[in-house]
Design a protein around this ligand. Structure first.
Ligand code: DC
Length: 228
């Protein structure tokens, strides 16, 4: 059977990575979390003091540092994908609200996008890959076999994200979480270079009223249609 390239894009906190990881595990494909790569660059910029929510961004410093940043994924003994920045496990460090607050400023920089898109294309060049992000079906793999655009209501997205942060001991109000989600989506949709937009040939998946199992079975059905 042919190994497919599956591109999953959509709004923040719609469960893209949960679906992508499950599909990759069941199909025996590679999973690439493109958002984690933008988060890793944002983490480096935060640590160096090159970006802050209040003071904005020092673009040149970030761009000059790009060639020295090694972003890779490893798999832990539980089979989970772990984001590595210069060989350091940053999987937890990139998921904080501090990083979420600045990542859109970093991901709008064109040299950052060029570099990470090239890396993503290399990771998926042999097919048999599930990759999630914002520009996967439009820019990274415009010829992907299956393109999915995920969305869900604001309320559902905010409560999912809050639960995720709570489980990691990061307590924010539902309004703070919602504000972060909405401002990231706005930023991502309005940026000039590769904005968040559904590819014309993407299948829209609104999972506001779907449980994970229903969603998974629906997508698996789409995959079987393609393979048969
Ligand atoms: O998927 P995520 O929420 O972890 O992504 C973090 C940020 O990275 C998101 O706000 C926008 C940016 N991003 C992007 O610009 N392009 C991608 N392909 C993936 C993420």
């Amino acid at each position: 059977m042919n190994k497919l390239t599956i591109a999953i894009d959509g709004h923040s906190s719609t469960g893209k990575s949960t679906l992508a990881k499950e599909l990759a595990a069941v199909l025996g494909y590679i999973y690439v979390d493109s958002g984690a790569m933008y988060r890793a660059v944002a983490l480096e910029a935060l640590r160096k003091g090159w970006v802050s929510k209040e003071q904005g961004i020092q673009e040149e410093n970030i761009i000059n540092a790009l060639e020295f940043l090694k972003i890779t994924f490893s798999v832990n003994p539980q089979g989970q994908s772990i984001t590595m920045l210069n060989n350091e496990n940053v999987e937890n460090a990139i998921r904080t609200m501090e990083v979420s607050d600045v990542v859109s400023q970093v991901s709008k920089l064109i040299p950052v996008r060029r570099r990470l898109v090239a890396l993503q294309q290399k990771m998926g060049e042999k097919g048999g890959v599930v990759i999630d992000g914002r520009d996967i079906g439009t820019v990274v793999f415009p010829k992907a076999d299956l393109k999915i655009f995920m969305t869900a209501s604001d309320k559902v997205r905010a409560s999912r994200r809050k639960a995720e942060l709570d489980s990691k001991g990061q307590n924010y109000s539902i309004n703070e979480v919602l504000e972060n989600l909405k401002s990231r989506d706005k930023f991502d949709m309005e940026r000039i270079d590769s904005p968040l937009i559904a590819a014309s040939d993407a299948r829209t998946l609104d999972n506001s009223k779907m449980n994970k199992e229903e969603q998974f079975n629906l997508v698996l059905g789409w995959i079987h249609e393609l393979k048969d």
